[in-house]
Design a protein around this ligand. Structure first.
Ligand SMILES: [Zn+2]
Length: 270
């Protein structure tokens, strides 16, 4: 009977956290549904420990998004709608981790834990790098061509402040994951999250600098990577129309998960 009680408790924890996120305007109404789906997949596939990691990533993301939000809006780099994330964004950041959680039901083990931690570290690192990078005093440079200075918020643009943010966010996830016991070997967890998160964020920037769709808003004429801006579809100016920001997030979380899995393999071979 304990498992049914556990299941009910987990159900209400997920709903309560998602509801709190709506009340804090961190997600919109459809984001609630997406968050609940991701949350259930994580909690039933990985347990409450995995869910705590996702919840902390989410809090970290909200904190970085709202940090100096007014200034970021002034320079045109802030997330829209007061920083509220919509459902495609949530599925893009939590989708791969949810699939890993479901696979963990079928074949539980350290490999799934490593893929999960790498994916979440990537999402945390990417969010922190984007939001802190907007505050960089030195202009961001293109990751594929450091000689080229680009406006803050440009896909593929990197700054040392953004890099510090990516490393910091990955470390937070790693330090948190140790006491939660996500992996049996505590010494591998922090380096695994650091490498996975930073690698994933770098992959995100590399895709952003090369094949990611870029466009501009037909209303306010600002360059944007969003498919819609000011309520109108944006015009594609560069990159592949199919590779938009959310797909890039999915690909980078997979890359970060894979990097963490490699670290796990290396550590177990030592
Ligand atoms: Zn616009």
């Amino acid at each position: 009977m304990l498992t049914i009680v556990d299941g009910v408790i987990e159900f209400f924890v997920v709903v309560a956290v998602a509801l709190a996120a709506v009340l804090l305007s961190a997600i919109d109404a459809r984001g609630f549904l997406a968050s609940a789906i991701v949350g259930f997949a994580i909690v039933y596939g990985g347990g409450l420990q995995w869910f705590v990691v996702v919840a902390v990533f989410f809090i970290l993301g909200v904190a970085f998004t709202l940090y100096k939000y007014g200034y970021k809006r002034q320079i045109g780099g802030a997330q829209g709608k007061g920083g509220a994330r919509n459902w495609p964004h949530i599925l893009a950041n939590g989708g791969f981790a949810s699939i890993v959680a479901m696979l963990n039901l079928l074949a539980p083990g350290s490999a799934m834990g490593a893929l999960f931690l790498g994916a979440i570290s990537t999402s945390a690192a990417d969010t922190a790098a984007t939001e802190l990078g907007l505050l960089s005093q030195s202009r961001p440079r293109l990751i594929t061509n450091p000689a080229k200075v680009v406006p803050p918020g440009t896909s593929g643009g990197v700054s040392s402040l953004g890099f510090v943010g990516a490393a910091f966010a990955s470390l937070v996830i790693g330090v948190l994951a140790v006491p939660l016991g996500i992996l049996p070997d505590p010494y591998v967890v922090v380096p695994l999250c650091l490498v996975g998160g930073v690698f994933g964020a770098v992959v995100d920037s590399l895709i952003g600098a090369t094949v990611q769709r870029k466009g501009y808003c037909v209303i306010c004429l600002k360059p944007t990577e969003a498919l819609k801006h000011c309520g109108e579809p944006t015009v594609t100016t560069d990159g592949s129309p199919a590779i938009e920001n959310n797909l890039v997030n999915v690909m980078s979380t997979m890359a970060g998960g894979a990097a963490s899995l490699v670290i796990l393999w290396i550590a177990s071979a030592l």
